[in-house]
Ligand binder design. Structure first.
Ligand code: BTN
Length: 270
């Protein structure tokens, strides 16, 4: 049993000086969902860079209406508010950038390189250790521009085991590396890496899309050449064939059509 370290908010803020997150961090012992709380705060005018982190979530939200296993002190449950000047059609790029930031944070803290299953599940030993849920709001008066995005990141850090129903699919950094880790180290590394990724995304003078998509393709064995089944458009199978300019996955399906995957849920063919 690893006793959970307390978050020292002042120390974490100090380690984030120079990023957009230095002043915005708030810690909760227990909430229903950090995403739900931060979406409320965003609607009430919370600024860019607000971060909510909790020791425990009682109704952690996952993608596709799933819940996120959020036992006290074991994982990092964090939501980040950002207001990038991006059209809605590029919102997926925020998910891809966050996946790269989480991959970098894990590498810095454990030396392990997690694979990224498009769009943003991180896997170690073929099992999921990070889930990312980006929830967006649109500008009322501008055509399809993003008003803000709440980026929710769940990292399984010190879980010694998982409930039977998710055990075959889930792992923690501790299980994969054999070592317990400090949640605060992961949080600091994640927020630093995400600050950098968001800066690249917003810098319209940089060739940002090419850069992000190229780096994603380098960091994910799922972007190209993976035989997958896709549970949409009636369900089909094929081989992944890169990403389009908005970050959507292309699959050369077995019927000879190049299809664009619009939602997550892509699975490897056995
Ligand atoms: C997924 O299903 O893969 C996404 C999981 C996202 C979980 C995180 S934990 C922090 C934040 N708050 C939530 O309620 N969900 C996200």
């Amino acid at each position: 049993m690893v006793s959970a370290e307390e978050f020292n908010v002042a120390e974490i803020r100090a380690a984030l000086i120079g990023t957009r997150f230095a002043r915005g961090l708030q810690h909760f012992a227990s909430v229903d969902s950090t995403n739900a709380r931060l979406l409320e705060a965003a609607a009430a005018g919370a600024p860019e860079g607000t971060v909510f982190v909790a020791d425990e979530q009682t109704s952690g939200r996952g993608r596709g209406g799933h819940t996120w296993h959020s036992t006290p002190g074991d994982g990092l449950y964090v939501s980040i508010l950002t207001k990038p000047a991006l059209p809605l059609r590029d919102a997926l790029l925020i998910s891809l950038a966050t996946g790269l930031a989480a991959q970098r944070a894990i590498r810095e803290c454990t030396g392990l390189t997690a694979d990224i299953r498009w769009p943003n599940d991180l896997l170690l030993d073929g099992k999921k250790c990070v889930g990312i849920l980006v929830e967006t709001a649109l500008e009322r008066d501008q055509n399809a521009a993003l008003r803000y995005a709440v980026i929710g990141v769940g990292i399984n850090i010190n879980h010694p085991s998982f409930p039977e129903e998710i055990a075959p699919l889930a792992t923690s950094l501790r299980l994969a590396s054999g070592k317990p880790l400090q949640r605060s180290s992961l949080l600091i590394a994640l927020l630093r890496a995400l600050d950098h990724e968001l800066m690249l995304l917003e810098d319209i003078s940089a060739p940002r899309e090419k850069d992000l998509l190229t780096r994603f393709a380098e960091g994910s064995t799922w972007a190209r050449g993976k035989r997958v089944k896709v549970p949409e458009q009636g369900g089909y199978t094929g081989v992944t064939a890169g990403l389009n300019e908005h970050g959507f996955l292309l699959v050369a399906s077995d019927d000879g059509v190049l299809r664009t995957v619009l939602s997550g849920g892509v699975r490897e063919m056995e």
